[in-house]
Design a protein around this ligand. Structure first.
Ligand code: SIN
Length: 192
């Protein structure tokens, strides 16, 4: 028995379960967006943070990340049990094709599982949706939860994506706006 899981957020830098193989690759028809509210990891119910989810889009657009291969019934069960708790605010499990080379027309692996937080507020009450870069950055600067400050999540993600060779404009622009806000708010004012 073999299970593949695609990670496009924190799963890129922290799997948290045993795996046999890790492949850098992309899935088609989805874009990574900072539209999911987090009340259990990077925020609280009183002050939710923001984490990534996937938004469906044209097949020409792709989302880069990493896929983990888990083999054997026991390992799969352990990984799934762990993921179901960690990703419990993601209401959809989709099965997608993973590509590792933009020139390929056939997938490297099919049936790769991916957790998605849908925009359906009835099924996913934490969904926040789009906002201006400034609004999202302000929320990220202020929020923190049991897994740590929300700002660490975006900075980790930015670094992890660059490490796999992916320049994601949405993430870079938002991370830069978070840095700008932090600089403005946390640098001491000098009175002359
Ligand atoms: C993922 O990493 O694939 C899902 C989002 C997250 O847990 O940050």
């Amino acid at each position: 028995m073999v299970m593949w899981v695609f990670g496009y957020g924190s799963l890129i830098w922290k799997a948290g379960f045993e795996y046999e193989e890790r492949l850098v690759g992309f899935i088609k028809g989805y874009r990574r967006v900072f539209y999911q509210g987090s009340t259990d990891h990077r925020g609280t119910p009183e002050y939710p943070g923001r984490t990534v989810t996937l938004e469906s889009c044209q097949q020409e657009e792709v989302c880069w990340g990493v896929a983990y291969k888990v083999s054997g019934e026991e390992a799969e069960q352990i990984a799934l049990t762990y993921l179901e708790v960690r990703e419990k605010q993601y209401d959809v499990k989709a099965f997608v094709d993973l590509f590792t080379d933009p020139k390929d027309t056939t997938p490297a692996v099919s049936g790769v599982m991916v957790y998605i937080a849908s925009p359906d507020k009835k099924l996913n009450r934490n969904y926040l949706g789009p906002a201006s870069l400034e609004e999202m950055a302000d929320q990220i600067v202020r929020a923190k939860g049991p897994s740590g400050p929300n700002r660490d999540y975006i900075f980790h993600l930015e670094r992890a994506l660059l490490q796999i060779g992916c320049e994601d404009k949405h993430i870079i622009d938002l991370a830069n706006t978070v840095r700008k806000l932090l600089f403005e708010r946390e640098s001491p004012t000098v009175n002359c």
